[in-house]
Design a protein around this ligand. Sequence first.
Ligand SMILES: [Zn+2]
Length: 141
Amino acid sequence: MIILVIGAHRDDCEIGAGGLIAKAVRKEHQVILVTVCAGGIDDWCVSKGREKEYREWTIRKAKEMMSVEKILLPYGDKNVITDMETRKEVYKKLSEIILEIRPDITLFHNRFETMPADHGIVGELAEYAVVFGGYYESEIN
Ligand SMILES: [Zn+2]
């Protein structure tokens, strides 16, 4: 079974679905985590100046410590996915990932979660991508 977990920020997948992820990995299911707003790490004081190293470390540690694949998308955090063009881009990217991976189960934020706003926006876009994946030109307008 392939399980896809989509989160807005770098710790959302693990915090929101950590127990399920651990059990699924233990049962040898394939688990893939997507962090949509991973672009925000560029501004994070801990990683400032070594962004590429931090991205590679994050992906490597997810594999070593949790036996999962982690995909980092380049969108910033702090409520930056507010314009329609960026929303369309994120929706298209999530649709492409879903069409490529073809997960059996996909987990994501509740679209009505408003604090922070990124959670609800990513939840809504992930829901559209799961339901309408591949038809991303018209559904989001
Ligand atoms: Zn978050």
